[in-house]
Design a protein around this ligand. Structure first.
Ligand code: GLN
Ligand code: ZN
Length: 761
């Protein structure tokens, strides 16, 4: 008889409460500390987490949730899927691992991409038809033992075999017909070997994560899921298996897993509450445990425990055990709200970060087993916080709601493009192939120091403002010298393109230590959008107009779009996201209007995250794209024809969002294109895109400086696809992360290339 799961979480943050792992990694990479130093930091993070999770009262503590970089990369290494270009480097195992994650000199890293619809990024394994999987690295077993020695029996968490292969890509040179999933039968024995070793080490349970089934899957993929879990389930020498599917509705995979010979199923009842209605029909669950994911692993609000408990109770009797869990790993939320000393106390009382969510799970588990009375105080306190939030005046702004109700379709429509184009041509008088940049110029040490000094109080606001003005002046002079046509102020005053705006709008709070891992050692600190959003004062007008006074060339105002602001924040969960998006759009719209009124003739509204919020399932995508496009248009309409609206997207693989990009109706769209050599332009032509376009001719993601001839040839390639009247010349993205040494030469070459091409038009 296996022990029951009880209360658990599907995973835990691992960067360290003070980002200890980030610092240890970066110091190791820089050669400032040894591998042993790094291991010591990692060991302490693991030990502290296990101890905390066990002491907090979880019945089952997840293990193997630590990673030096990424859990998908870990899985590849565990099963020996290491491309030969890395093994040939002859490095030790740790450095081989980091070479895959970050690359070394001549060897680029694995590709990195987003983990489903979160802001976490994983490394994409490369699988060849000849791949020979084997249990090559025993970290999951070692960490199980390490925890056991510290008195905590963990439930090792592994990326499931289907999700692992579905997230992988075919190695270069594989035949077109090959997909990594073809290798499932070769991979399963390696999983079996690991399961056997974990069992021998004393593991009672192992968790296999299969979030890939929250997205649309083919029948063949569902069949593979069935086969795989039949094979793993029928192994005699293994721990009990918990298969966790999260980030959405599992669709047909739910039936497949319910019928499979595994012992437990984890379902995400936060993202997909309707799953609850499907569970009674699944007779296969009767002899299983169901881990009811009732505590949101991706957002930071306190759980409505009463409601969660009622939901949990409806499951009793449907399964052998109803265990309480989080909807997904807590990797996606910060560690501990108690570490926030400066956050507004009322808003703080509404929040639950990872540590608080662990306690919520424990309370729910006890309430379900022992009755509400056993945890009456905790339930009452939670109910009070939830009620306080729902009733709080500060989450509502009557004016914003009135404006929202009064919106009509005409508010998000501009006059015809032909008319706008003509008006803008006359007003702006730009040369053919106008040159511009994406917004930010290199953030120098001085700029960063000034910001830190303002924060620490070592300089006052007036001094700070003067320093920023000086920087803007330098950036404008530089652009004049280079001969760019549409200038920018350079964004020196911005810490981050979302945080900057969130700090100036009502309805948001910022955290001080609310870091969440984005990839590797990189963390972000998303603002918290808690109430109706509005813009009490102009946010960028002073900087933009200051810059405009210094030049006769048009200065482009620079804003972040509503979708991107939502995508990179923790958002409220008490109203549809579409409504929140419209509120943010209205705030941005006000800013666009103020910029126009102040004499700014070109305004760029960046939407690099448009693709990121795309729902995993096709049936939900249209609704999303409709409101996403509508909110961008709401933000950018209502200006005169002469005001030119730009947008910027950081990528060129548009996939399912390509029609939405057309629908944004921006006068000029700048995109990443240098790496794919302008291929994107024919994709845009194919869907009827016929407005201004600035395909990046300078890849800012690399320190490499493009030669003039190279840019010339990119421009000629672009002119094959786009008429000269529509073509703009710009880098791929903002220059913030680059140094002036590269940027100066690169922009000079971009200008020379443009000058070389113009006479041939
Ligand atoms: N305007 C921003 C910048 O140049 C755009 C950044 C982005 O697209 N991620 O930095
Ligand atoms: Zn960009």
């Amino acid at each position: 008889m296996t022990t029951k799961i009880g209360s658990t979480v599907l995973g835990y943050p691992r960067i360290g409460p003070d980002r200890e792992l980030k610092r240890a990694l970066e110091s190791y990479w820089a050669g400032r500390s040894s591998a042993d130093d790094l291991r010591a930091v990692a060991g302490k993070i693991r030990a502290d987490s296990w101890r905390f999770l066990a002491d907090a009262g979880l019945d089952s503590v997840p293990g193997n949730t630590f990673s030096y970089y990424d859990q998908v990369l870990d899985t590849a290494v565990t099963f020996g899927a290491v491309p030969s270009r890395y093994t040939e480097l002859g490095l030790n195992p740790l450095d081989t691992y980091f070479a895959m994650a970050r690359g070394v000199d001549s060897t680029p890293p694995l590709e990195m991409t987003k983990w489903f619809d979160t802001n976490y990024h994983y490394l994409v394994p490369e699988i060849s038809p000849q791949e020979r999987f084997s249990l090559s690295d025993r970290t999951p077993v070692e960490q199980f033992r390490e925890a056991s020695e510290q008195g905590v029996t963990t439930r090792p968490v592994l990326v499931g075999p289907l999700t692992f292969l579905l997230l992988s890509k075919p190695a270069e040179g594989s035949p077109d017909s090959f997909t990594p999933l073809d290798k499932l039968d070769d991979l399963l024995p390696a999983y079996a070997a690991l399961l056997a070793e974990l069992k021998r080490a004393g593991a009672e349970w192992v968790q296999l994560d299969e979030p890939a089934f929250a997205a649309d899957r083919t029948q063949a993929e569902l069949d593979a899921l069935r086969e795989a879990y039949r094979t793993l389930g029928e192994l005699s020498d293994r721990p009990a298996l918990l298969v966790a599917g999260y980030f959405g509705d599992l669709g047909d995979a739910l039936d497949v897993l319910a019928d499979s010979p595994v012992e437990a199923l984890g379902v995400d009842l936060v993202t997909s509450p309707s799953t609850i209605d499907k569970l009674p029909g699944l007779t296969g669950l009767r002899n299983k445990s169901v881990v009811a994911g009732l505590v949101d692993g991706r957002n930071i609000w306190r759980t409505d425990l009463d409601k969660a408990l009622t939901t949990g109770a409806t499951l009793l009797g449907l399964a052998d055990e109803v265990a309480i869990g989080t909807s997904c790993s807590l990797l996606h939320v910060p560690y501990d709200v108690e570490a926030e000393a400066q956050i507004d106390p009322q808003v703080k009382s509404w929040l639950a970060f990872a540590a608080q969510k662990v306690r919520e799970v424990v309370v729910l588990g006890r309430a379900l087993r022992e009755g509400r009375g056993a945890v009456a105080d905790a339930l009452a306190e939670a109910a009070a916080a939830v009620a306080d939030r729902a009733a709080a005046d500060r989450i509502r702004n009557g004016e914003v709601q009135t404006r929202l109700r009064a919106l009509r379709p005409a508010d998000s429509r501009r006059n015809d493009y032909a008319q706008r184009q003509k008006a803008q041509e006359e007003a702006l008088q730009l040369p053919p192939l106008p040159t511009t940049t994406i917004g930010s110029f290199p953030q120098t040490t001085d700029v960063r120091k000034a910001r830190a000094a303002l924060r620490n109080g070592t300089i006052d606001a007036a001094t700070y403002k003067q320093r920023m003005r000086d920087e803007i002046q330098r950036v404008i002079e530089r652009q004049e010298e280079l001969g760019l046509d549409v200038l920018v102020h350079g964004e020196p005053e911005r810490n981050d393109m979302v945080q900057y705006f969130s700090e100036l709008m009502d309805g948001f709070v910022s955290t001080h230590k609310g870091w969440v891992q984005s990839y590797g050692s990189r963390c972000v600190r998303p603002p918290i959008l808690f109430g109706d959003v509005s813009r009490p004062n102009p946010m960028t007008v002073e900087w933009a107009t200051y810059a405009q006074k210094l030049t006769d060339k048009p200065v482009k105002g620079m804003l972040t779009g509503p979708v991107t602001i939502l995508a990179w924040s923790f958002v409220r969960d008490d109203q549809p996201l579409a409504d929140t998006a419209k509120q943010v759009a209205l705030a941005i719209r006000d800013e666009v209007h103020d910029l126009e009124a102040a004499g700014i003739r070109v305004v760029q509204v960046d939407e690099p995250a448009l693709r990121e919020l795309l729902p995993l399932r096709a049936v939900q995508q249209k609704h999303y794209l409709d409101w996403a496009v509508e909110s961008f248009r709401l933000a950018t309409s209502g200006v005169t024809d002469t005001t030119q609206i730009h947008t910027h997207l950081c990528y060129s693989e548009f996939g399912d969002v390509i029609n939405a990009i057309v629908a944004l109706e921006a006068d000029v769209t700048s995109i990443e294109a240098a790496r794919s050599r302008m291929e994107v332009l024919s994709d845009l032509n194919a869907v009827g895109f016929a407005k201004g376009v600035g395909p990046g001719v300078y890849d800012i993601h690399s320190p490499r400086v493009p030669e003039t001839e190279e840019v010339t040839s990119l421009l000629r390639a672009a002119l094959e696809a786009v008429p000269a009247q529509r073509l703009w010349v710009n880098p791929d993205c903002g220059l913030k992360t680059r140094g002036y040494a590269e940027v100066n030469t690169a922009l000079k070459n971009v200008i020379s290339a443009t000058a070389a091409v113009r006479p041939t038009l």
